[in-house]
Design a protein around this ligand. Structure first.
Ligand code: KIV
Ligand code: ZN
Length: 387
């Protein structure tokens, strides 16, 4: 594989579903998985098969339906979890078992109540067990970003030795900042002797709003798999948003010379599908997929965009699957935008009529925050009726 190719691992159906209130049924999960496959996502984490029969059946159904992407299931470091996961992903053309164990002092002491030596032993055992059931095993150091460095190196080395092909270093609680997280990944490349035998993956949560920045910083230090979700869905403040990651790679090849295989033109469709199915409304000013992401309200911006789109747009709406940027009419809109809007709406008015309509539009905009297309149609039609 091209050394600058970044594997996109989507976990909308697993970590995304862990957003309180975002559960999806089997048929909905299959629809989302097919949209992800069509988009060119490399790995789809379809669920946590041991969690419930419903989860198991959904992972199995996704594994049957999807033909090209790798289908992954999550498993704790126990034989029961790993076997159930192997069974669920079995119908997939390419199945992956993703097993994990916490490695930070806090998690080992309070959550696992296990000594580090025992944790290390369980890592080797669970990865080797999973490797007996499939070739494609990923191991995650849960709370990896808060793990003591010497111990993290030892754990990663052991997981690779036991057969893990992908090593994931999650920022489970979204605590890291970009320089620190990048340094952690660089440290692993410098210190773990067999690191080149595995793909290093990142899985960043967004508690400080840094999930995408952390993921991209880690890619700069050699990570080649990014775990992410559509619309940034996920536990608490969510995961790194896939649409932001792939559009950053597409928009800034000068500073981010890495490629994903995602067809960015499918982004808007996938975002709307996930939002409709989960009932999670995308905030209007959300990067890439928010309703205002390509909307221009101020007169100066509207005038600029009408003269040359790049004045205020760093990517085209078409590149994310939108037809065109929208001019949102409001009190800051100028004559040029108003004329363009009239043209869009199918009106061809003489100069006096445009002037008259523009004056009445400005009066309306003073009273009403957003002036919708229907308002403009109403005010122009009203003028025509009044003669
Ligand atoms: O955030 C996390 O650490 C996880 C792991 C299970 C990969 O979701
Ligand atoms: Zn997570």
């Amino acid at each position: 594989m091209d050394k600058n190719r970044v594997i996109i691992f989507d976990t909308t159906l697993r970590d995304g579903e862990q957003s309180p209130g975002a559960s999806m049924n089997l048929e909905e999960k299959v629809r989302i998985a097919l949209a992800l496959e069509e988009m060119g996502v490399d790995v789809i984490e379809a669920g946590f098969p041991i969690a419930s029969n419903g989860d198991f059946e959904a992972v199995e159904a996704v594994a049957r339906a999807v033909k090209t992407s790798v289908i992954c299931g999550l498993a704790r470091a126990t034989k029961g979890d790993i076997e159930r996961c192997a069974e669920a992903v079995k119908p997939a053309g390419r199945g992956r078992i993703h097993t994990f164990l916490s490695t930070s002092p806090l998690h080992m002491k309070y959550k696992l109540q296990m000594e580090p030596e025992k944790v290390l032993e369980k890592i080797s055992e669970s990865v080797a067990y999973a490797r007996n059931l499939t070739d494609d095993v990923e191991w995650s150091a849960e709370d990896g970003s808060r793990t003591e460095h010497d111990f993290l190196c030892t754990c990663v080395e052991a997981a690779i030795k036991a057969g893990a092909r992908t090593i994931n270093i999650p920022d489970t609680v979204g605590y890291a900042i970009p320089d620190e997280y990048a340094a952690l990944i660089a440290m692993l490349f410098n210190r773990v002797p067999n690191i080149d035998k595995a793909i290093i993956s990142v899985h960043c949560h967004n508690d400080l709003g840094l999930a995408v920045a952390n993921s991209l910083a880690a890619v700069g230090k050699g990570a080649r798999q990014i775990e992410c979700t559509i619309n940034g869905l996920g536990e608490r403040a969510g995961n790194a948003a896939m649409e932001e990651i792939v559009m950053a790679l597409r928009t800034r090849p000068d500073l981010l010379p890495y490629k994903s295989g995602v067809k960015t033109e499918n982004i808007t469709r996938a975002s709307r599908l996930v939002s409709t199915i989960t009932g999670f409304v995308v905030q209007p000013n959300k990067a890439i997929v928010g309703k205002n992401a390509f909307a221009h309200e101020s007169g100066i911006h509207q005038d600029g965009v009408l003269k040359h789109a790049q004045t205020y747009e760093i990517m085209t709406p078409e590149s994310v699957g939108l037809n065109r940027s929208s001019l949102v009419m409001g009190k800051h809109s100028g004559r040029a935008a108003f004329k363009a809007k009239l043209k869009d709406l199918g009106y061809e008015l003489g100069d006096n009529a445009v002037e008259d309509a523009f004056t009445r539009f400005k009066d309306l905009a003073d009273r009403k925050k957003d002036v919708f297309d229907e308002d403009i149609v109403a005010l122009v039609d009203d003028a025509v009726v009044r003669g």
